[in-house]
Design a protein around this ligand. Structure first.
Ligand SMILES: [Zn+2]
Length: 248
């Protein structure tokens, strides 16, 4: 696998011995690769990522994997709040409002190869290939609702829970009922917290709840033309079942 290594970002520090457990996918929301490199390598911007992938699939390695790049910001996953220390960050040269508003097949093909390589190297679980919007649902939208998660799913790079049956879901539902978690909203929130999402503010704050659901939909429910609470609920139950079954 070939990387361009001639551009280096000064924006990194030590991981403090944290294990690499997560892969975070972003988009730059800038105009092009050149602008992205300039931005991610400018000291005063105080941001970076380990990798940047261009529209034509060229991979730039901007920060050595052994260091802590600055891409996640204030984030949360599975009780980890310092996501930067535990993750590899990948930026895509994509802007929903720019000329670079396509996830090209060359870009996605390079991304898939890169993810597989990193997953293998650090034994990262499928469950832990995440969107920036998964770890910061109240602030971030990237890589957005047009990102082709299905292509990653087809190549078994991320979790696929389409094959979970009603019987499987029933096991999860019975478990929630047993612990007296009965309304669909409470089940949704609890399941999302078990999956890894930040639900700390969501119980009390409806706006936060809605944002979290929007983030979830943009990642997992983009195939549906109409999504109601029932669709969200059914999927999250399946998701949790698959999550509990999936070991490395
Ligand atoms: Zn991002």
């Amino acid at each position: 696998m070939k990387f361009i290594t001639k551009y280096k970002s000064p924006n990194y520090n030590s991981r403090n011995k944290s294990n690499i457990q997560l892969i975070i996918i972003h988009y730059t929301a800038l105009r092009n690769t050149k602008e992205a490199i300039t931005h991610l390598c400018a000291k005063e911007k105080k941001v970076s990522a380990h990798y940047l992938i261009s529209q034509n699939g060229v991979i730039y390695n901007l920060v050595n994997e052994k260091f802590r790049a600055w891409h996640a910001g204030q984030s949360f996953w599975q009780d980890i709040v310092d996501i930067n220390s535990f993750s590899i960050g990948i930026e895509l040269d994509y802007n929903p409002n720019g000329k670079n508003n396509k996830f090209t097949s060359k870009m996605i093909s390079s991304l898939k190869k890169l993810i597989l390589k990193i997953k293998d190297k650090y034994r990262i679980n499928k469950k832990n290939v995440l969107a920036h919007s998964d770890i910061a649902p109240f602030r971030k939208k990237d890589p957005g609702k047009y990102f082709p998660w299905t292509l990653l799913k087809n190549d078994k790079i991320i979790l696929n829970f389409k094959n979970i049956t009603k019987k499987d879901s029933k096991i999860i539902e019975d478990w929630f009922y047993k612990y007296n978690i009965r309304t669909k909203k409470r089940i949704i929130i609890f399941a999302l917290s078990l999956i890894g999402y930040d639900t700390r503010q969501v119980y009390k704050n409806l706006r936060h709840y809605n944002r979290l659901i929007t983030a979830y939909k943009s990642r997992y429910l983009t195939d549906f033309t109409y999504v109601n609470q029932e669709t969200v609920y059914t999927n999250i139950i399946k998701h949790l079942f698959k999550n509990l079954l999936t070991k490395n």
